[in-house]
Design a protein around this ligand. Structure first.
Ligand SMILES: NC(=O)c1ccc[n+]([C@@H]2O[C@H](COP(=O)([O-])OP(=O)(O)OC[C@H]3O[C@@H](n4cnc5c(N)ncnc54)[C@H](O)[C@@H]3O)[C@@H](O)[C@H]2O)c1
Length: 420
């Protein structure tokens, strides 16, 4: 796909692992799905397009969601409202878990105990000790485990990481990412507020809004983007400072409705630092914000290096070459004649135009249906008995600890160190 005003960046070895096929004589992987709400339905639809997968059972304890999902799970899928019964009766080869966060630990452990491979939606667990216990169990069993961080299977992100590793951006000096949207996250409850069932249905359907079940914006949204930072920088962060609040909604929720974080990463220097680069390990700062009342910036990650910048989304990746320093007095110690002149609050000189520096981007020439691609990667790993999945349990553990530490920092105040 080549647009006239853009150059495309040709893909090389970084295409999704999902694109390679499984041998024809291998029987389809027998998969059960638990949690058939919003995400579970997406996963069922995607699984039903993968020839090497067969959905043998689906489970949900909320009948309207189970009934809806049954329509597209296919004729082989038996329906259950009890997870333990499903595992016992069906003995699936793999379990896909798409239930609320607070249930992930126990459901993963039960699936592992029944010798099933596990695909668990992000975030892996609600606490770090739970996540460590899952990681230890997966390692002990040599189990196939994948977490639902679909950018790891997205051809655009894979190509971007290959570009960073090839040195095309120079030294990465900062990452800025955000997920900004304009909706309240609340789902309608199908009974009146004075109905005795209202409270339990509210918690069931709007579990995201309560700390009892959810890590809020960090576990629901930030987990995807901080994983990109961990992936690109090759390490989890060292510490984080975060601030947030419930500053807009007054609807009884107790998770934050906005959060702003500054993470510090300590990154190993490239093998051959340039003359100007600080040798040895150096600090890279990553900012993350999530708000719910303005969608202007949407969801993206901006990877900033000394030689270039990558702007990444699930559907498009743009690479901008860096134009060089544009603040002359940093070198001379004196304002240059052509430096920006500011009068009456107006910047008159084009040098300071935030759009002028960018030049024409290269577009990463790749497309991905990353939900389907991550499942295809998982099915392939299960069929091959390959424990090294595209988003394995160590990636999941690091991601979990990375997002939960920001919630701690926002709650307690001050810096919180990474611990996993
Ligand atoms: N990777 C992604 O892009 C993505 C997107 C959305 C959600 N998610 C993740 O998927 C998970 C589910 O989110 P969702 O939006 O689908 O939530 P949801 O509320 O729409 O669905 C959860 C389902 O789990 C069911 N459930 C709850 N307890 C159960 C139990 N004990 N046994 C069986 N079923 C039970 C609920 O009835 C509900 O149908 C979360 O971890 C979320 O973070 C991931």
């Amino acid at each position: 796909m080549i647009a006239t005003n853009r150059r495309t960046f040709l893909m090389s070895a970084a295409t999704s692992a999902a694109t390679s096929a499984i041998a024809m004589d291998t029987p389809p992987v027998r998969i059960a799905v638990v949690g058939t709400g919003g995400r579970g339905s997406d996963l069922i639809r995607a699984l039903s397009t993968i020839d090497s997968a067969r959905i043998v059972a689906i489970c949900d304890d909320y009948a309207p969601h189970l009934d809806k999902a049954a329509k597209y799970a296919g004729p082989d899928a038996k329906l259950f409202d009890q997870y333990a019964t499903m595992l016992k009766e069906i003995r699936p080869q793999a379990v896909v878990i798409a239930t609320p966060l607070h249930l992930h630990h126990d459901m993963v452990m039960e699936a592992l105990a029944s010798d099933a491979a596990v695909f668990c939606e992000k975030t892996m667990c609600r606490t770090v000790p739970e996540a460590k216990a899952v990681a230890a169990e997966v390692a002990k069993r040599g189990a196939v485990f994948q977490v639902g961080l679909q950018r790891r299977s997205n051809a655009i992100y894979r190509q971007a990481v290959a570009m960073v590793q090839a040195g095309m951006l120079g030294r990465i000096s900062a990452i800025k990412c955000q997920w900004h949207r304009n909706n309240n996250w609340r789902r309608p409850v199908p009974v009146a507020k004075n109905d005795p069932q209202w409270r339990s249905l509210e918690k069931k359907l709007n579990w995201r809004l309560y700390r009892e079940f959810s890590g809020g914006l960090m576990t629901e949204l930030g987990s995807h983007q901080l994983d990109v930072a961990n992936w690109i920088l090759g390490t989890p962060p060292k510490r984080v400072f975060a601030n947030g609040g419930i500053d807009y909604w007054t609807d009884g929720r107790d998770v934050l409705d906005n959060i702003f974080c500054v993470y510090e990463y300590v990154v190993t220097a490239s093998e051959k630092p340039t003359r100007a680069e600080r040798p040895g390990p150096h600090t890279v700062r990553v900012t993350y914000s999530s708000i719910q009342n303005n969608a202007f910036e949407g969801a993206s990650e901006l990877i900033m290096g000394t030689q270039g910048t990558l702007l990444l989304t699930q559907k498009k990746g743009l690479f901008y070459k860096e134009g060089g320093p544009d603040v002359p007095w940093a070198v001379t110690g004196q304002p240059a004649d052509d430096a920006a002149v500011i009068t009456s609050g107006k910047t008159l000189k084009l040098d300071n135009d935030p759009w002028a520096h960018r030049g024409t981007p290269y577009e990463i020439n790749a497309e991905s249906d990353d939900t389907r691609d991550e499942l295809a990667d998982f099915v392939k790993a299960v069929a091959a008995g390959n424990a090294k999945t595209t988003a394995d349990v160590q990636i999941a553990l690091q991601d979990c600890a990375t997002v939960l530490m920001a919630n701690d920092a926002a709650t307690r105040g001050g810096w919180v160190d990474y611990a996993a």
